[in-house]
Design a protein around this ligand. Structure first.
Ligand SMILES: *[C@@H]1O[C@H](CO)[C@@H](O)[C@H](O)[C@H]1NC(C)=O
Ligand SMILES: *[C@@H]1O[C@H](CO)[C@@H](O)[C@H](O)[C@H]1NC(C)=O
Ligand SMILES: *[C@@H]1O[C@H](CO)[C@@H](O)[C@H](O)[C@H]1NC(C)=O
Ligand SMILES: *[C@@H]1O[C@H](CO)[C@@H](O)[C@H](O)[C@H]1NC(C)=O
Ligand SMILES: *[C@@H]1O[C@H](CO)[C@@H](O)[C@H](O)[C@H]1NC(C)=O
Length: 494
């Protein structure tokens, strides 16, 4: 079995803050029908049947406000099992709507239906939704935009216009067949044939191209979402600086950058001002690959930012970092701060240390020269039980098995503060002194998701099949508002 090679020398200090918040805003209820069905689409000059929602690729953008309730009736009119996940949604009391197949629900089988119901509580910004069963999310995904409540506004001037910029990956083959072949051989899955922006490869490829209009002087908001299956990406716009204002539906202290590095699952909102000579400027995304020797798709997707009127001027390409530019990736990531001071819980109830990688759960020099005897993974179902309201610190220790590789870890149902990252082995004596307990990134309001089973996994889908996942089982607290709702009657059965 040839496995993806992973070394890594990064640890994340994560602190998950559980506190109770009862938000009872009366607000809109959005009803949608999502019919998941095969649809012919033409990409790279060939027509393929792919799974879509309502025939749209990317799928429909959900536009809601903080406090609204969303009710989506999903109908599976395709041949594969499917579930849907509302990525980043906290799902207060409604884990039944979270979506990971065989974790919080059985899949919706071909011909079946299931209605996802959830309320947005104290969240605003850019999230997204996607299938959470096998590799169905390769084509079944869309943006989920949460506007502030009526009467409140962004913590920055209202942009003249907004565009979701969903980065994805396109395979000429059925992604489910690509996965099936990789599972059979045990090798890494074939890399994609193109990266995409809003499901279009762009005009560096044949039969594609896409234009985003802008007017001179405007400031616009780009809601960048990395929906790629297996690849971290660099994103740039020729001659335009970007100001990062939000990530993962959490406002950040603004900072300017020429390049965004975004991992699968993540979202990053940037403002850009059309302050350049009228013309056409490419926005472009290409691979950031943290793992030397691991194959990746070495291609570039583009779309055109076009000033004022349609014209045919040759667009200018941005300078994108080389695929292995870890310094640029890390210096971008290190700039994230919460918009204001936050209350990081200092009293820790559960202090957890996880190695993130292949190999058995034993102590070794994680980032040293790992003996081959430790390379063999162990199978198992890993679950950790937490009490309602507990304060949890999780240290994620990457290891030096095979090669270095970043793992964009995604925790369902919760947000967490990233209080520290670093190279080498985590040192519980000296490293906590370096934690940012003032304005660590990736959190806005904190609230509790009472009860439920919450998946934590690597958002490189190629790693999920290899088992890079575990779940937290959170017990109920006291009373109705601290307990999960009963499962809905239409919850699919296995
Ligand atoms: C994967 O790539 C190999 C080599 O290019 C090719 O022979 C094979 O058909 C591909 N398989 C799939 C499922 O795309
Ligand atoms: C990626 O493609 C570029 C341009 O075609 C080429 O110069 C570079 O060597 C390639 N890198 C890798 C790692 O394949
Ligand atoms: C990136 O890879 C190129 C070869 O493709 C190599 O020459 C260069 O030294 C590498 N850069 C880093 C920072 O590892
Ligand atoms: C790692 O250990 C193996 C076996 O102990 C040895 O053959 C190899 O040279 C070591 N590699 C490094 C980079 O130290
Ligand atoms: C589809 O889901 C059912 C459980 O509802 C399961 O028994 C079956 O194996 C799944 N099919 C595939 C192809 O995974």
């Amino acid at each position: 079995m040839e496995l993806h090679r992973i070394k890594c020398s990064i640890f994340l200090g994560l602190s998950i803050f559980f506190a109770f918040s009862a938000c009872l805003a009366s607000a809109a209820i959005h009803h949608h029908n999502f019919v998941i069905r095969p649809t012919p689409v033409k990409r790279l000059c060939n027509t393929h049947d792919i799974m879509t929602v309502n025939g749209q690729f990317p799928g429909p953008t959900l536009e809601v406000r903080n406090g609204d309730t969303v009710i989506i009736k999903a109908t599976n009119a395709g041949k594969y099992n499917i579930t849907l996940h509302w990525h980043g949604m906290r799902q207060m009391r409604t884990p039944w709507a979270d979506g990971p197949e065989f974790v919080t629900q059985c899949p919706i089988r071909p011909g079946g239906t299931y209605t996802y119901r959830f309320t947005i509580e104290d969240q605003e910004g850019t999230l997204w939704w996607h299938a959470h069963s096998k590799w169905m999310r390769a084509t079944v995904y869309g943006a989920l935009v949460i506007y502030p409540k009526l009467g409140s506004s962004y913590p920055f001037p209202k942009p003249a216009r907004e565009y979701p910029i969903i980065l994805g990956e396109w395979w000429n083959r059925d992604p489910m067949q690509v996965l099936q072949q990789a599972t059979m051989t045990g090798a890494g899955a074939n890399v994609s044939d193109a990266y995409t922006i809003n499901a279009q490869p762009g005009d560096l490829y044949p039969c594609s191209g896409q234009v985003f209009p802008v007017k001179t002087g405007e400031t616009i908001l780009l809601r960048i979402i990395n929906a790629a299956l297996n690849q971290q990406l660099f994103f740039s716009i020729a001659n335009h600086q970007m100001t990062v204002v939000e990530a993962d539906a959490s406002y950040t202290k603004p900072f300017t950058t020429n390049v965004v590095m975004i991992g699968p699952g993540q979202t990053t909102n940037v403002l850009i001002t059309a302050n350049q000579p009228s013309g056409r400027y490419y926005m472009a995304a290409t691979a950031y690959s943290s793992a030397p020797g691991v194959p990746f798709a070495n291609t570039t997707t583009t779309a055109i930012l076009e000033y004022n009127t349609r014209n045919s001027a040759r667009p200018i390409l941005p300078r994108l970092p080389p695929w292995n530019d870890t310094n640029t990736a890390n210096s971008f990531t290190s700039q994230f701060r919460s918009i204001s001071k936050v209350d990081v819980p200092l009293q820790i109830d559960d202090n957890l240390f996880f190695t993130v990688n292949l190999g058995p759960p034993v102590q070794f020099d994680y980032t040293g020269n790992v003996s081959r005897g430790l390379w063999t993974p162990m199978t198992g179902t890993k679950l950790y039980k937490l009490k309602f309201g507990s304060h949890v610190q999780v240290v994620l220790q990457n290891t030096n098995i095979f090669t270095i590789e970043d793992h964009p870890m995604h925790l369902h149902g919760y947000h967490f503060y990233v209080v520290g990252t670093g190279k080498g082995n985590f040192d519980p004596k000296t490293d906590p002194a370096k934690f940012n307990l003032v304005d660590p990134p990736f959190r806005n309001t904190v609230g509790t998701t009472p009860g439920g089973v919450w998946l934590m996994h690597c958002h490189l889908d190629v790693h999920i099949g290899w088992g890079l996942a575990m779940v937290f089982l959170v017990e109920n607290g006291v009373g109705k508002l601290q307990s999960l709702e009963p499962p809905p009657p239409d919850l699919p059965q296995c």
